[in-house]
Design a protein around this ligand. Structure first.
Ligand code: ATP
Length: 593
């Protein structure tokens, strides 16, 4: 496929306000491409170079793009800056100046999607002394050989400014429609995606080998599995009942989720967002090599700082100090971490994900038995709600978050929130104390004191997994520090779009819509029903329509933007409804007391 064709599809996708149409356009685009181009097309469309665990990013400065545009189009740097100030968009600047290029095109050869991708990847991978000039030249070459529209995308892509808004679920639906003949067969692709976390390779496989290729997808070392997630319930009774009368109940640790892959001396550690974080944990890496009794293994667990003398877990704020790139070894000595392993998914060439949990746990205890750094999570097996409640209380007293109960015969369900794991946190015991992780879909201008920041609050959404849409749930106007307002405004201004993005559902109109990209943590007093919001919207007894909304919402946490959560990791609509129902149960319970 020519890159020019991809650009034409992007022009359609960019202005689209219906998700279904988006799926149709993507389907057509995939059908037109060669199988060997599919993965590259998926990466470019999603604005990335590779899946997160490969860690390849552009980090290209605007200045580099400016200089490249100047060289490629024969305009002065001042002209480029002037055009950029006028449009506020570097891609548009490249397009306009390429239209008025002062240079003669050297050749009329058009480049393919693969040639474009390979050239861009080279730019990203160039590093070291003199790399800046080299990058400028390489990008200038691409722009010079481009049509104006191609030039626009050739600049937006490395600046992380592509605004297609195409999420994983949308891509999978289109792949299923294109290569399996029915978009509902997306579920088959999900299974494969959950095993390898690489949408590009899933796309290529289905394009090349159809359903057979997808069904024979296997877990492989050093490709992270999408993590299993927990449902929530507020009481010990409900947990025991849901688990069929007895459960393994583990302490819930509040640290870094780590999925660790090992093959002899090679170790890789992936975060909850599946980024490669191996460099952050030299102590865990060494322990995996020296203390774990297995050649090939994949473990799941939570790493946190633990004070051996006082036998106290340190709060997350202290553990997080390890999340740094410099002086890692020093910090590792000062604040050693423990990994509380809670699952094992692979051992000596065998996929264990479909084995019952109790068998996996047995194996986990065996392989970790010689390690001090990597220990199995502390747990009890019980059928008594009273015992569960006591274990929960002791966990809280020890500075932990709560408990996670596991179904004894449960599989490891990758990439899904299922009742095979149920969490109970201190917060569910009263009113709505649990926080929500919401996606920013727009923002408002400030009034009064806020006007100097030109920022007056956020419009936020929950993620509806079934619809693959972001549904508005709250307008957030408080909890921001001045620094956070500046940080948010700066980040959001880069992703403003003229109209409501296709995957956003909202009646409330913010002053500016933004591409769903960032997650914030919000605390509220209560979840209420409201006709203003679309989250979980449905018909009420009185015939009117209402969704769910938050009462007294405010931003919490030091970091305004949650860098560890992607938009699809946000609190889901289903969870909001569940939290609403649980809150009602608790208050009804209180009334009865
Ligand atoms: P939370 O903010 O409650 O951690 P989350 O959305 O990150 O929520 P959930 O799936 O809801 O993730 O809760 C499970 C999380 O709890 C896991 O992601 C993991 O990081 C952490 N955890 C701590 N201890 C355990 C344990 N023993 N078993 C499973 N998960 C655990």
């Amino acid at each position: 496929m020519l890159f020019r064709r991809l650009g034409e599809y992007f022009e359609k996708l960019e202005t689209m306000s219906s998700r279904l149409l988006m799926v149709e356009v993507l389907t057509e685009m995939f059908k037109e491409a060669k199988a060997s181009e599919i993965s590259k097309i998926i990466y470019i469309t999603q604005g990335v170079l590779a899946p997160p665990f490969e860690g390849i990013k552009f980090n290209l400065a605007e200045k580099i793009a400016e200089e490249s545009i100047a060289i490629a189009t024969g305009h002065s740097k001042e002209d480029v800056s002037k055009a950029y100030r006028k449009s506020g968009d570097m891609g548009i600047t490249a397009m306009e100046l390429q239209e008025k290029s002062r240079l003669k095109k050297m050749s009329n050869k058009e480049f393919t999607v693969s040639e474009f991708y390979d050239a861009m990847r080279k730019i990203a991978e160039t590093s070291g002394a003199g790399s800046k000039d080299h990058k400028i030249k390489m990008l200038a070459n691409v722009i010079a050989a481009s049509t104006p529209t191609e030039a626009k995308y050739a600049v937006k892509y490395p600046l992380d400014e592509l605004r297609m808004g195409v999420g994983d679920a949308t891509v999978m639906e289109a792949l299923a429609a294109a290569f399996l003949g029915d978009r509902k067969l997306k579920e088959k692709l999900e299974v494969a995606y959950n095993l390898c976390s690489d949408l590009g390779s899933v796309g290529e496989e289905v394009a090349e080998h159809g359903i057979k290729g997808i069904e024979s997808f296997k877990v492989s070392l050093f490709k992270p599995i999408r993590p299993a997630l927990a449902e929530r319930l507020p009481t010990a009774e409900e947990i025991i009942e849901k688990m069929g009368g007895s459960a393994s109940v583990e302490q819930k640790y509040d640290g870094f989720r780590c999925q660790i892959h090992k093959k002899s001396n090679k170790v890789r550690i992936f975060s909850r967002r599946l980024e490669d974080t191996t460099e952050m944990f030299p102590d865990l890496r060494d322990a995996m090599v020296n203390e774990i009794r297995a050649e090939e293994i994949i473990l799941d667990g939570e790493a946190l700082a633990y004070n051996e003398k006082t036998q106290q877990f340190l709060p997350f704020q202290e553990t997080i100090q390890r999340k740094r790139k410099h002086r890692v070894d020093e910090k590792a000595l000062e604040m050693p971490l423990k990994l509380f392993a809670f699952d094992i998914m692979y051992l000596e060439g065998k996929n264990l994900m479909d084995e019952p949990y109790k068998k996996r746990r047995e194996l986990l205890e065996k392989v970790t038995s010689a390690s001090d750094t990597i220990r199995p999570s502390t747990r009890i097996i019980t059928s008594s709600p009273k015992e569960l409640e006591e274990f929960f209380q002791t966990s809280i007293e020890n500075g932990l978050e709560g408990i996670v109960a596991k179904e004894q015969n449960g599989k490891y369900v990758a990439g899904a929130r299922k009742f095979g794991w149920i969490k109970m946190k201190r917060s569910y015991k009263g009113e709505l104390e649990d926080t929500l992780d919401l996606v920013i879909i727009g923002y408002f201008l400030g009034k009064g004191q806020r006007s100097e920041f030109k920022f007056g609050g956020l419009l936020c959404a929950a993620y509806n997994e079934k619809r693959d849409m972001f549904e508005s749930v709250s307008r957030i106007g408080s909890g921001f520090s001045e620094a956070q307002m500046v940080e948010l405004k700066r980040a959001l201004d880069k992703i403003i779009v003229k109209s409501r993005p296709a995957r956003v559902d909202s009646i409330v109109e913010p002053d500016f819509w933004v591409i769903p990209k960032y997650v914030v943590t919000i605390k509220a007093d209560e979840i209420t029903k409201s006709p203003m919001h679309t989250c979980g919207k449905g018909l009420q007894k009185d015939g009117t329509e209402a969704g769910y909304a938050l009462r007294f919402p405010r931003l919490v946490g030091n970091e305004a933007i949650r860098s560890d959560k992607s938009i699809e990791d946000a609190t889901t609509t289903e969870e909001v409804i569940e939290m609403y129902n649980q809150q009602r149960k608790v208050s009804i319970g209180k009334e009865q007391e």
